[in-house]
Design a protein around this ligand. Structure first.
Ligand SMILES: [Zn+2]
Length: 229
C-alpha cells in the first residue's frame, strides 16, 4: 500500500505525489500524451528535490556506533564487521572482509575509524575524480576527504573539491554522484538549468542517483558514538 504524503503539482490531467518512503507516484488521465507528462514532470523537478530534501531532514536520527566486535560499518555500500585486534599496529585496516581496529586505538577509537574512511576514501576517489573531471571538462586542484557537517561535498572557486568522509559509506554509484556533482560546480556554481544540463550530459542517470541519495543518506553514520548508559 502506498500512502501519499505530499501532493506536488496537479495539472488538469495529472497528479504527482510523494509517498512516505520517498517514492513518486504519477497519476494521469488515459489520454495524456507522453511528451505532456514529461513536460509536467520536468516542471515539478525543483519541487521534488525540495520535498525529498525536507523528508531527509525530518527523518534524520543520528546513527550511532559502538566500538565493539561485530559492529557493522558501511564502506562503498557494503557492511563490514569491526574486529578489535591485539596487534601492534597504529592503523585501522580493512582485511579479509573485516575492519580491524587495534585494541590500543579502541578508546576513543572512532577517531581512528574516521581517519581510515578518509584515507581509504581518498585513494578510491582520486582516479575517479580524474575520470569525471575529464568528462565534465573541469580542472580540480585538489581532492580532499573531510568532515563537512551536514554537506556531502563542497567545491571552492580555487578548484578544491571536498567530499564528506561519511559519503564513503554509500554505494559507489552514489559516491560518484556526489563527486561528479561537486566537480560540476567548478564550472557552474549554482543549481540552475545549466548546472543540471552539464551534469546530466556527463551522468545520464543523475536524477535517479540524486533521489536515491536523498532517500538513503540520512541512514548513514556521521561519527556519533553510542552513549554508554
Ligand atoms: Zn550542488
Amino acid at each position: 500500500m502506498t500512502i501519499p504524503v505530499e501532493t506536488g503539482g496537479t495539472s488538469r490531467k495529472a497528479k504527482l505525489t510523494i509517498d512516505r518512503d520517498g517514492s513518486l507516484q504519477l497519476k494521469a488521465a488515459p489520454d495524456v500524451e507522453q511528451a505532456e507528462l514529461e513536460h509536467f514532470l520536468a516542471s515539478k523537478r525543483d519541487w521534488i528535490y525540495r520535498k525529498l530534501a525536507e523528508k531527509e531532514s525530518l527523518h534524520y536520527e543520528p546513527v550511532t556506533k559502538e566500538l565493539v566486535d561485530g559492529e557493522g560499518f558501511l564502506y562503498l555500500g557494503r557492511s563490514y564487521q569491526l574486529r578489535i585486534v591485539d596487534i601492534d599496529d597504529r592503523r585501522v585496516r580493512l582485511q579479509r572482509g573485516k575492519l580491524n581496529l587495534p585494541r590500543a586505538l579502541a578508546d576513543p577509537g572512532y577517531k581512528h575509524v574516521i581517519a581510515w574512511y578518509r584515507t581509504a576514501g581518498l585513494t578510491w576517489l582520486k582516479p575517479r575524480a580524474k575520470d569525471w573531471a575529464k568528462r565534465l571538462r573541469v580542472d580540480p586542484q585538489m581532492i580532499e576527504v573531510a568532515d563537512l557537517g551536514n554537506k556531502w561535498g563542497s567545491a571552492l572557486p580555487d578548484g578544491r573539491v571536498r567530499i564528506h568522509w561519511a559519503t564513503m559509506q554509500l554505494r559507489p554509484a552514489l559516491v560518484e554522484y556526489v563527486l561528479a556533482h561537486e566537480l560540476a560546480h567548478l564550472r557552474e556554481a549554482h543549481h540552475g538549468p545549466t548546472f543540471w544540463q552539464l551534469l546530466t550530459r556527463a551522468m545520464t542517470d543523475c536524477d535517479q542517483r540524486k533521489a536515491e541519495l536523498a532517500n538513503t543518506g540520512a541512514a548513514l553514520w556521521h561519527g556519533d558514538q553510542a552513549q554508554l548508559s
